[in-house]
Design a protein. Structure first.
Ligand code: UTP
Length: 303
C-alpha cells in the first residue's frame, strides 16, 4: 500500500517575465482570473485532492501571497457589519487551518528543480504533489485529484500530461511511453487507456522527433528520493537546475506513469493563456455566463 499524498509544493518564485509589467508588483499567480487570484483555484484543486499542507516556494516581494491566505479581520468585520454574508463566505473560502501552509524562500530563482529541492525539510520522507500554479486546469474531478487516483492505483511517480496542439510539440516537455512492461504488474502491454508507463522525457524536441504528442502539463506526484538527486544535480538547460533532469535520473530507479488527464489547461503565465482562462472561467460561472457571453459577442461584433 503506497503512502498517502498529504502535501503539495507550489513553486511561485519565478520572474513572471511573460506577464510583466503586471507581475512587477503583484506576484503573477495573484493575478485574477475573473474575480479570484489564479492561486485560489489551484489551492482549491489541491484541497479537493485531499492535500492537507501546502508548501509555497516564494521569492522576494511576494509577501502578498501569505497575506492573501491569512485572515483579514478588517475586511471581514466590515462585511459582517454590512450584512454581506455571501461576499464574506467567498473571502473566507480560501483560508486553511493555522499550520497548514508553509512559505519557503528560494533566495535565487535557480530553476524549478532548485525550487522543489527547497521544500525537502518540510516534505520529509513522504510522497508529495507538485503543482505549477500557472497551469490552471478546468477539470472535474480536478487535475491533481485525477493524479492522486492514478497514484492510488499504481504508486511510484505520476506525471500529468495532455496532447499538445498539432505541430507544437517542440514548445513543451514531451513524454515517451512504454510499449512493453506492465501497468501495475509485469508482462502487460504497458498501456491502460490514459495511464501509461513512462520511459523517458525530452524537453522541446525538434518537430518530427517527438516520442509522443503528450506534454507535461504541471501536476506531478513524486517520491522523496527526488531530493537527494536534486541536491547534487548540475545545472541543465538555460543554466537552471531542471526538475525534468532530476525526474530522468529518478526514472532509472523508480516507476513513472504518465496520466493523460481529462480536462482543459490554461497557461496563465502567458498573456493569451491568461486571457483565455478569464473568458473560459467566466463562461463556466452560472452567475456570470450570460452576461459574459453577451459582452464577448458585442466585442467581437464591434471589430
Ligand atoms: P516558469 O518558467 O513557467 O515561470 O516556471 P517563470 O519563470 O515565472 O516565467 P517566465 O518564463 O519568467 O515568464 C514554472 C513555475 O516554477 C516557478 C515559477 O514561479 C512558475 O510557477 N519557478 C521557476 C520557481 O519557483 N523558481 C524558479 O527558479 C523557476
Amino acid at each position: 500500500m503506497s503512502k498517502r499524498v498529504r502535501k503539495a509544493v507550489l513553486p511561485v518564485a519565478g520572474m513572471g517575465t511573460r506577464v510583466l509589467p503586471g507581475a512587477k508588483t503583484t506576484p503573477k499567480n495573484l493575478l485574477n482570473v475573473v474575480d479570484r487570484p489564479i492561486l485560489s483555484y489551484v489551492v482549491e484543486e489541491a484541497r479537493a485532492a485531499g492535500i492537507e499542507h501546502i508548501v509555497f516556494i516564494v521569492g522576494r516581494g511576494q509577501g502578498a501571497i501569505e497575506d492573501y491566505f491569512d485572515a483579514s479581520p478588517e475586511i471581514e468585520a466590515a462585511l459582517e457589519a454590512k450584512g454581506k454574508a455571501d461576499i464574506l463566505a467567498d473571502v473566507r473560502r480560501d483560508l486553511m487551518q493555522p499550520g497548514q501552509m508553509s512559505f519557503i524562500r528560494q533566495m535565487a530563482p535557480l530553476g524549478l528543480g532548485h525550487a522543489i529541492w527547497c521544500a525537502r525539510d518540510v516534505i520529509g520522507d513522504e510522497p508529495f504533489a507538485v503543482m505549477l500554479p500557472d497551469m490552471l486546469m478546468a477539470a472535474e474531478p480536478g487535475g491533481l485529484g485525477q493524479a492522486v487516483a492514478a497514484y492510488d492505483k499504481v504508486g511510484g511517480n505520476i506525471v500529468v500530461v495532455e496532447p499538445a496542439p498539432q505541430g507544437e510539440t517542440d514548445r513543451y516537455g514531451i513524454v515517451a511511453l512504454g510499449q512493453k512492461g506492465a501497468l501495475g504488474q509485469k508482462g502487460g502491454d504497458g498501456r491502460d487507456g490514459r495511464l501509461n508507463r513512462m520511459t523517458g522525457m525530452v524537453e522541446k524536441p525538434p518537430l518530427g522527433t517527438e516520442p509522443s504528442n503528450l506534454f507535461i502539463s504541471g501536476r506531478y506526484i513524486l517520491q522523496p528520493e527526488i531530493f537527494e538527486i536534486l541536491a547534487t544535480q548540475p545545472r541543465g538547460a538555460g543554466g537552471e537546475i531542471q526538475l525534468t533532469d532530476g525526474m530522468a535520473t529518478l526514472m532509472t530507479r523508480q516507476d513513472f506513469h504518465a496520466l493523460e488527464y481529462d480536462g482543459t489547461t490554461y497557461d496563465c503565465g502567458d498573456k493569451i493563456g491568461l486571457l483565455r482562462a478569464n473568458v473560459a472561467f467566466a463562461l463556466r460561472r452560472p452567475d456570470l455566463a450570460d452576461e459574459a457571453r453577451t459582452a464577448i459577442k458585442a466585442l467581437l461584433q464591434g471589430q
